[in-house]
Design a protein. Sequence first.
Length: 459
Amino acid sequence: MRKNSWVSNSGQTRPFSDRLWLVPFLASLLVTITLLLACAFGLFAPFYGGGDSVLLDVISLTSWEEPDKYFVESDVRSKALFSNSTDSGSDSDDGAPRIAYLITGTKGDGLRIRRTLQAVYHPRNQYILHLDLEAPPRERIELAMYVKGDPTFSQLENVRVIAKGNLVTYKGPTMIACTLHAVSILLKENLKWDWFINLSASDYPLMTQDDILHVFSTMPRNLNFIEHMKIAGWKVVQRARPIVVDPGLYLSKKFDLVTTTEKRELPTSFELYTGSAWVMLTRSFLDYCIWGWDQLPRTLLMYYANFISSPEGYFHTVICNSHEFQSTVIGHDLHYIAWDYPPKQHPLTLSSKDYDKMVKSGAPFARKFARDDRVLDRIDRELLRRSEGRFTPGAWCAGDGGADSCSVTGNDSSFQPGPGAERLKGLMAGIMSQEYRKGSCSNLAYDQSKRKWVNRTRT
Ligand SMILES: *[C@@H]1O[C@H](CO)[C@@H](O)[C@H](O)[C@H]1NC(C)=O
Ligand SMILES: *[C@@H]1O[C@H](CO)[C@@H](O)[C@H](O)[C@H]1NC(C)=O
Ligand SMILES: *[C@@H]1O[C@H](CO)[C@@H](O)[C@H](O)[C@H]1NC(C)=O
Ligand SMILES: *[C@@H]1O[C@H](CO)[C@@H](O)[C@H](O)[C@H]1NC(C)=O
């Protein structure tokens, strides 16, 4: 400041004489003394506030209380995570949640998809049906005609059929692409939903939607159900090290994955997680994955393009490496799945002898079933009270007397929970416990057959 006043004053007073020079000199001397006194009395900061830009930066940086608000990410993040119902598309009219289902199948699965759809149908929910490219066009058209012809679906418009089937390679990244495709449609159409569940034609519910929606009404809406564990053991060798190329990305016919002879090292900038391909994810987490406003989901999607069994790792790795969503993870896939043991790679086909275990598990869904297996009829009869070709009845069915009470749609936010709700509450009590949640995204191993976290015995 002293220097500034000297320069400007001398500029104005040229040509200068001894006397003219003396006045500004005395003035600046006075200023200097004042400044020094000010420093001594602790008034330093206000004086420098307007003067020295370098010092200003240092001072203001240290005085930032919320540095976050100066960066774009924090803004996007808080909008995505905490926005109230209206613009996030979830529901605000009443407390009950809505679920978006993706039901996928391949050639010959048209009728099974219909049956699964009828069993999980509820007017509050959204449904996307996908028959992959291997299914002949006729089958897809038949499915679309069925949806179009059903009076309930055409009235409520909550069932959609993907017209252009995706080519999906078993264990390949095209499976992820297909799931993300369905999620994008759900977001783009601005539909109301809180959770996304993906099912295949060989999945079946073990309780009614009334049971499920009733129990989830009381749950925090930010929980992501995704069975996961840090990658270890044989999976490192057989999943993380191989490099594969998915022909579904560039060929128009189905072929197996191509494996290269090169192996790769484990990544160092993120941790790999693996688990079940069956998930129940929140809208805000999927928003984050689809929009990619944080680079992590996109980077990982590229990484997983060459990963074997990517549906068993992509969402798991994204969520456990993301600081915002890590704490929302519940390590369960809400399915009853009987694994072969060892090597736990293929789920066994369920039949009547598994009925009791299935019911006892409290899981809302089970897989996998053979087409029209007798146990499905028993589930329809005893658990869903559904008759053939009809919807699973619930409190929304307002028809009176007639053969099909669900032909008239009543109040879709009232539920009639039955014994299924009690079973699901039992399951939830276990997996929501602090003890169980502590294992999420940790170093603990997960015992898939016992469904619990265990210490690693060897790495
Ligand atoms: C969302 O709405 C609830 C209740 O209406 C309110 O308590 C909460 O503060 C709101 N949250 C935000 C981020 O606006
Ligand atoms: C979603 O569902 C399909 C159903 O066939 C499955 O193959 C896929 O692996 C699932 N998971 C993900 C993450 O895409
Ligand atoms: C629908 O049911 C819910 C829950 O039972 C109730 O709060 C609401 O008032 C009902 N709506 C109508 C229009 O009857
Ligand atoms: C794992 O081991 C630690 C220390 O030995 C123990 O405190 C912890 O309870 C164990 N966790 C589980 C899930 O067994």
